[in-house]
Design a protein around this ligand. Sequence first.
Ligand SMILES: C[S@@+](CC[C@H](N)C(=O)[O-])C[C@H]1O[C@@H](n2cnc3c(N)ncnc32)[C@H](O)[C@@H]1O
Length: 259
Amino acid sequence: MATVEEKLARSLSSEGVDIIPYLPYLLQDLWELGSSPRDMLEMVKRHLKISSGIKVLDLACGKGAVSILLAKELGCRIKGIDIVPEFIAYAEQKALAWGVDKLCTFSTGDITQSVHTETGYDLVILGAVGDVLGNPEETIVLLKKTLKKGGYILIDDAYGNDPGNEDYYNRTQWLRFMENAGVELVDEKPIEKEEITAINQEQQAHIIKRARELKEQRPENAQLFDRYIQSQQSECDELENEITGVTLLLRTRDDNCTK
Ligand SMILES: C[S@@+](CC[C@H](N)C(=O)[O-])C[C@H]1O[C@@H](n2cnc3c(N)ncnc32)[C@H](O)[C@@H]1O
């Protein structure tokens, strides 16, 4: 079974754990690390009754791009948790700069633990986190434990494009996972190919620049940084060809909730 470190590395497009200490440097120019904060905001606005009392949990929040936009636009209270302390420090600075530091609380932690201790939320977010909490059905079951009855789950993940390719879950399989986990699909927004291509190009350029700097500073680790660029590129290719990134809003069925 994969360790927390192996899953962390995978969630940021690396197959090896050796890159972990360098991730804050490599990703320093990016604020958004996966999900589209705007798509998530629009979906929440469309379907949830928003009040200042609404409580939101952002698991594996990265640098807080989603949390901060939601707090700013909706005035809701949000707790963000991520395992990388540098990401949490960045999120705290951004919350201050955006004037939402009273609404947002960020803390360093392992979400495989947090899903068992955090409870009573109206909405839980899991953006671009991959298999850290298991397969989609296991993930949804764990996310439900953090919610109030009738609470919502906002996920950024991907559908496999080819039903014959067993490496990825296609939409039909996702719908079965949702059914088994006791949630209904309220809304879904697949990302346009042109949009993802543009995002990938921009982000990849920043990462390549930082990897080159690291190679100069630490030539003995050149292969490590080259491998990271390659695995980033493979993930970009995957997102442009084999899978379709999608934002999903799910609602728990009351009878299946734990709280
Ligand atoms: C692709 S990034 C997405 C970040 C953020 N949700 C977003 O959309 O901008 C994946 C995040 O998962 C975090 N992560 C991976 N494993 C984790 C764990 N066990 N506990 C907490 N965070 C974790 C990583 O540190 C990283 O910030």
